[in-house]
Write a new protein. Structure first.
Length: 472
């Protein structure tokens, strides 16, 4: 998951008012939908057929096993690398083996930021090595590194209120305590630019997570136009808290930061579109999606291997069950999400004349733990239809609808502009423990939860793709 901070902040507010919003609609959805309510309820048997096939039948454990084979074979899949392209070819072949022939790739120009050696040493008040992960697009330090005193701030406000002369020539450490991802991530994504504008020579950020076993978490950042690009990295919660304690005691803290990397923004990757053609309105689309690229650490099993594989599974399961919806079900494997939703923006541009063919767009990029329901974007009618569909999933405890304008990460490019869509709401309390770390491996994934996710994702997308009426 990348971020759109404005959207994520509003998501927080929406969750807080969830109960009220749903109650307001509860009495009116039946009136708005009329006979469509009974039509949706008639999908009970099809839903059971899909759930049974995945939870107890031939597809049981298949999503987990295929994901494991994939991430064990390719490992991390950073934007702009050959391994990412090889993993895309592999997914195309895996889909073809399932009899899915309608597969298209669309080229996208993407960046390649390649991490080199990275080292952080506290040299005063005592020598201590600290683990770091450079942030995406960070520039290098000179070979001998940058040695400077540290200034610790909690927020941009505190930075702005500190006189420039106290920042100049120093390393700024941001150490906000995690609240929500959308809120906390701003110091990671914009911290280097803001510190540089005040004269800092490098910036560090306390990793954006609630929990740590001394693990740094990487992520993207962008340099603002016109600022001097300074090196920037994440440190562990433990080291950030150590520096904070020393700093608050009035100790002078000096760090040596050594980082190297290369950057090339002329690489080519591909979005992958796997279609199960609709029987009545093939031009209309219900999209399920996840991103195939990952950070360069861990295996990208959680972010976003799980979302990729439940989206791959949807057309596969329907094909195996001979279920052809009226509209086309399209699985999209987005490329280059992590460096800024690059694949999603490219798809939007390439298909700008036909965006109104998107009946509903779905994405899983916040973990594939046990599914709980959907975050839904769209007008009242869209939300009512989604709510009725979700009622079919009470047996697996996945009936919750949370209204969220601009749902998703990649798909926020669409849902933020009024296209109806949803992202997977799942039991992901521990998601940010592993996010963008060496710990994002198969050990985070659970076969039964992936089965539930794949079954839910397939059945929801099938029903919406097959209904007699459009979502909006
Ligand atoms: Zn992701």
């Amino acid at each position: 998951m990348y971020f759109l901070s404005i959207i994520s902040v509003s998501f927080f507010l929406i969750v807080a008012s969830e109960a009220k919003v749903l109650n307001k609609n509860a009495n009116t959805c039946e009136e708005i939908l009329g006979p469509l309510v009974d039509e949706i309820r008639s999908y009970e048997d099809v839903k059971d057929k899909i759930l049974n096939y995945v939870l107890n039948g031939d597809f049981k454990r298949k999503t987990y096993d295929e994901l494991a084979i994939f991430v064990d074979k390719f490992g991390a899949r950073p934007s702009g690398t050959q391994v990412l392209e090889d993993s895309i070819d592999y997914m195309i072949e895996l889909s073809r083996k399932e009899g899915l022939e309608d597969i298209t790739t669309e080229e996208v120009v993407v960046p390649r930021w390649e991490r080199g050696e990275e080292k952080l040493t506290m040299v005063e008040p005592r020598i201590k090595n600290m683990v770091i992960l450079g942030l995406g697009r960070s520039v290098s330090t000179p070979p001998e590194g940058i040695t400077a005193e540290v200034v610790v701030v909690k927020s941009f406000d505190e930075l702005e209120n500190t006189p420039d002369e106290n920042i100049k020539g120093k390393i700024v450490l941001y150490d906000p305590i995690f609240t929500t991802y959308g809120e906390t991530v701003a110091v990671r994504s914009q911290g280097a630019s803001k510190a540089s504008a005040k004269g800092a020579v490098a910036s560090l950020v306390r990793s954006v997570t609630q929990f740590s076993i001394n693990s740094p978490h990487t992520g993207s950042q962008n340099y603002a136009d016109g600022v001097i690009k300074i090196p920037t990295a994440a440190i562990s919660l433990e080291d950030a808290d150590l520096i904070r304690r020393l700093y608050d005691r009035g100790e002078k803290i000096v760090l040596n930061l050594q980082m190297s990397s290369t950057y090339d923004d002329t690489k080519v990757s591909r979005n992958t579109l796997v279609d199960l053609k609709g029987s009545q309105n093939p031009e209309k689309l219900v999209i399920v999606s996840g991103h195939i690229d990952s950070w360069d650490v861990g295996q990208g099993a959680m972010d976003d291997g799980g979302g990729l594989f439940i989206s791959w599974a949807a057309p596969v399961i329907l094909k195996r069950l001979n279920l052809t919806p009226k509209r086309t079900l399209r699985a999209i494997f987005w490329t280059a999400e992590e460096l800024g939703l690059i694949g999603a923006y490219a798809y939007k541009e390439a298909h700008k004349e036909e965006l109104n063919n998107i009946n509903f767009i779905m994405e899983s990029d916040e973990g594939t733990f046990a599914p709980l329901g959907l975050y839904v974007s769209g007008n009242t009618r869209t939300r009512c239809i989604a709510q009725e569909v979700l009622k079919l999933f009470k047996s697996i405890n996945a009936s919750t609808l949370i209204e969220q304008d601009g749902a998703g990460s990649d798909i926020a490019v669409f849902t933020g502009n009024g296209i109806p869509g949803a992202s997977l709401y799942n039991d992901n309390e521990k998601y940010f423990w592993f996010h963008h770390t060496e710990g994002d491996t198969m050990n985070v994934e659970d076969p039964d939860e992936l089965d539930l996710g794949a079954a839910f994702w397939t059945a929801v997308s099938y029903i919406i793709a097959d209904l007699s009426e459009d979502m909006a």
